[in-house]
Design a protein around this ligand. Structure first.
Ligand SMILES: Nc1nc2c(ncn2[C@@H]2O[C@H](COP(=O)(O)OP(=O)(O)O)[C@@H](O)[C@H]2O)c(=O)[nH]1
Ligand SMILES: [Mg+2]
Length: 378
């Protein structure tokens, strides 16, 4: 899941790490040379060659060297210069190691490339800009002391940039819903993005949490939509309030709410159309449902597959009726991953769930921690 985005993130991280490692090396080199040439004059003893060539076996040459040293200094003494050299090496390093401070130049060109790669991974352009700026802010000015620090610094910079862009509260839907009875949720979104399927999944999840649910078949426009909802609801074992095709969707919702109130049900889930005779009327129709049913939550269902188009569609619905949450369906369909980041950031409402298949159990609660772990660690 989200492999494309994952790959882009890991490539950027690797390139940035390599760049910073090279910078740190550069920082160490110039000072180390004059210092090491002074090494033989130290009181710890004479200098010996740094090492025997790697491939040399414990053969004649190596033996000869050892025996010569042994002859000169005695077996015990022979080890001393090597130890001295090691301590000296450590001291040389300590003396010349200066901190490297990350500058704009160390990040800018890689971030420019990364920005385009994010867009390729379905991240909206404005969101890609924001992510890159935050990574830049998190890196520039940081000091690196050791090579080992580099991974943590770059990883942390990316991780917190993603968290800042995704920042929304994680929502535990069943517990929020217990605060009001009946709790009314209206699902909106373009045709075919998964509203009806998602409603059956949510109904199933709520039922498992002990809530009693009724569905409102308020997509009275699309052929077979009412039968589709009825088939799915019978699989879950919940009731559907329906009228005839072509009837007023707001009236269906009104009846469903009355039904829930009369029966003391916990929740009403409203299915809506994604298109109507005149598309401009869809938003008017949705506004009327909002006035009549007074939903406690308006949830946008968009398919993660749609990439940037899903973000634009969501914005259209948000402007018309005001959204409270998002469900991204079809996350199982080899989606690049960027649309999840974009939609949360552009709409600034929490992603409640992601859809992971066509079955009624294929719904996963969403949390930004999970998403960040998924794209940075797994
Ligand atoms: N693979 C996959 N397919 C889904 C998912 N959600 C919905 N679908 C499929 O998408 C198609 C359209 O779904 P539907 O609920 O009718 O969309 P609606 O027009 O928005 O109500 C159906 O074939 C669903 O089975 C999902 O999370 N994963
Ligand atoms: Mg539908």
């Amino acid at each position: 899941m989200f492999d494309f985005l994952k790959k882009k993130l890991s490539l950027f991280k690797k390139k940035e790490e390599q760049k910073l490692e090279a910078k740190l090396e550069e920082q160490v080199k110039p000072a180390a040379e004059p210092f090491s040439s002074e090494a033989p004059e130290t009181p710890e003893g004479p200098s010996i060659p740094e090492s025997v060539p790697e491939a040399a076996p414990l053969g004649a040459v190596a033996k000869e060297k050892t025996s010569l040293k042994e002859k000169l200094l005695g077996k015990k003494e022979a080890k001393k210069p090597l130890e001295a050299k090691l301590t000296l090496g450590t001291r040389v390093k300590q003396a010349v190691l200066r901190k490297a401070t990350i500058t704009e130049g160390d990040v800018r060109s890689l971030l420019d490339d990364f920005n385009l790669e994010l867009v390729e991974a379905d991240v909206a352009s404005s969101v890609a800009d924001e992510i890159c700026e935050r990574i830049r802010d998190n890196l520039v000015g940081r000091e690196i002391e050791r090579k080992n620090d580099i991974h943590g610094i770059t990883d942390g910079a990316i991780r917190s940039a993603l968290a800042e862009v995704l920042r929304q509260d994680n929502i535990d839907l069943p517990s929020i819903m217990r605060a009001k009875k009946p709790f009314i949720i209206m699902f909106v979104g373009p045709n075919g993005h998964g509203k009806t399927t998602t409603i059956s999944k949510v109904a199933h999840m709520l039922k498992k949490n002990g809530l009693h649910v009724v569905l409102a078949a308020a997509d009275t426009f699309r052929a077979a939509s009412i039968e589709q909802l009825e088939t799915l609801s019978s699989r879950v074992g919940v009731e559907v309030v329906r009228h005839k095709y072509g009837s007023d969707p707001a009236a269906v919702c009104f009846d469903a709410v009355k039904h829930a109130e009369a029966r003391g049900l916990d929740a009403v889930l409203i299915d809506t159309a994604g298109r109507s005779e005149l598309n401009i009327n869809l938003m008017e129709q949705l506004k009327k449902i909002v006035r009549v049913a007074k939903p406690d939550m308006k949830v946008y269902v968009g398919e993660a597959l749609a990439g940037n188009a899903a973000v634009e569609e969501a914005r259209r619905f948000h402007e018309a009726i005001g959204l409270d949450g998002i469900i991204m369906s079809k996350a199982d369909c080899d989606v690049k991953g960027g649309s999840i980041l974009s939609i949360a950031h552009v709409i600034r409402k929490p992603i409640l769930f992601i859809g992971t298949g066509q079955g009624i159990d294929d719904l996963m609660p969403f949390s930004h921690e999970w998403f960040i772990k998924k794209v940075l660690e797994e």
